[in-house]
Ligand binder design. Structure first.
Ligand code: PLP
Length: 371
């Protein structure tokens, strides 16, 4: 075989797949490992969504509704946008791809931060675009540096707000000032995967940002059902944007990009305010408990606007990650991101948080990180 692979594809570092939990059980001989590594919903999924999926199972021989009619309608009503300003995707990852496919040609520039969500850079590279990447400044997006880097080749700026993995949110005043200076030829994408968990005072008015873009950049908001709505496994997210941008995204998407079960599950989840509130309350309580408890161990916890947070464990984070893995607790080491002594943990259920705390305590002692 002599098939030629373009350089932009050859140089992509594949997304490191985590092992299935069942494999970890076998390999490490641990019982019931808990996963606090992917910012998923600790309380499962909305029971109403599960019921809706059950009812839809008799219809799997049919193609899904390619216009996502009822889901778009439900989202539009919930967020106060017009249906033609809502685009749904197979996860919000899908919308990131549509944006890059629609707006980026080989050689065009896209501005992002590092560390932030890795998908942005990857899809740009697949498209042959050029990633212009700025290190975070004090764990926040460096908006001044980004603004200065805008050229006539810049097409998109990706900002996850709050940022993953640092859990920091952009100061709304600073964001408005930034947006007022970005040229009209650029689209700023605000990825609000964790908006639900934010302090309401830090949540920006997306309606006015998207509808008042005369003589400045366009704005797109990304939202997901993977976190607060507990549907990461079925893949559904959406974007809010002008009808004009939405029209271009529809041109590049597959006709049936959101499966039938995802559509009914998302509608049911949107209407399940009880499950949603339980998630927010449980996350807040769990976050408070965990942040206090880890401080008693001599660690430092960083403030969070999400359902996860960073902890300075005062020693090599990857060694700690491995030690905790052997106790059946899965977290993330931030060492590869340049934070040598920092781990990231997702808030779990009360029981999971308790197990996490005890594993952390024992492993810190075993490794001699704290006296
Ligand atoms: C989890 C997450 C998402 C969600 O992606 P989906 O494809 O909707 O599951 C998007 N952006 C960020 C920053 C995230 O952390």
């Amino acid at each position: 075989m002599k098939a030629r692979v373009p350089e932009n594809i050859r140089s992509i570092v594949p997304y490191p797949p985590g092992k299935p939990i069942e494999e970890l059980e076998r390999e490490y001989g641990v019982k019931n490992p808990i996963k606090l590594a992917s910012n998923e919903n600790a309380w499962g999924s909305s029971p109403k969504a599960i019921e809706a999926i059950g009812e839809a199972l008799t219809n799997l021989h049919r193609y899904p509704d390619g216009s996502n009619y009822y889901l778009v309608q439900a989202i539009a009503e919930k967020v106060g946008f017009a249906p033609n300003e809502v685009v749904v995707g197979n996860g919000s990852d899908d919308i990131i791809e549509f944006l890059v496919k629609a707006y980026v040609e080989p050689g065009d520039e896209v501005i992002t931060s590092h560390p932030s969500f890795l998908m942005y850079q990857k899809v740009v590279q697949v498209r042959g675009g050029v990633n212009i990447v700025f290190p975070l400044k004090g764990m926040h997006h460096d908006l001044d540096a980004m603004l200065e880097a805008v050229t006539d080749k810049t097409r998109l700026i990706f900002l996850d707000n709050p940022n993953n993995p640092t859990a920091t949110a952009i100061n709304p005043g600073a964001l408005y000032a930034f947006l007022s200076k970005v040229p009209e030829t650029v689209i700023v994408v605000l990825d609000e995967a964790y908006r639900d968990f934010m302090d309401p005072e830090l949540q920006v008015d997306m309606y006015s940002l998207i509808h008042n873009s005369k003589e400045r950049c366009g704005v797109v908001a990304l939202r997901t059902f993977s976190k607060a709505y507990g549907l990461a496994g079925i893949r559904v997210g959406y974007g809010l944007m002008s009808a004009e941008i939405a029209g271009y995204l529809h041109r590049v998407r597959q006709p049936f990009n959101v499966n039938q079960l995802a559509q009914v599950a998302a509608i049911a989840a949107l209407n399940d305010t009880e499950f949603y509130q339980k998630t927010l309350d449980g996350t807040r309580a769990g976050m408070e408990w965990l942040q206090k408890k880890v401080e008693t161990l001599g660690c430092t916890s960083y403030p969070s606007q999400t359902n996860f947070f960073l902890i300075d464990v005062k020693g090599d984070a990857t060694a700690l990650y491995e030690a905790m893995l052997r106790t059946g607790v899965i977290i993330r080491s931030m060492k590869a991101y340049g934070y040598t002594n920092v781990i990231r943990v997702t808030v779990g259920t009360t029981e999971e948080n308790y197990r996490f705390f005890h594993s952390l305590k024992n492993c810190l002692q075993e490794l001699g990180y704290v006296s």
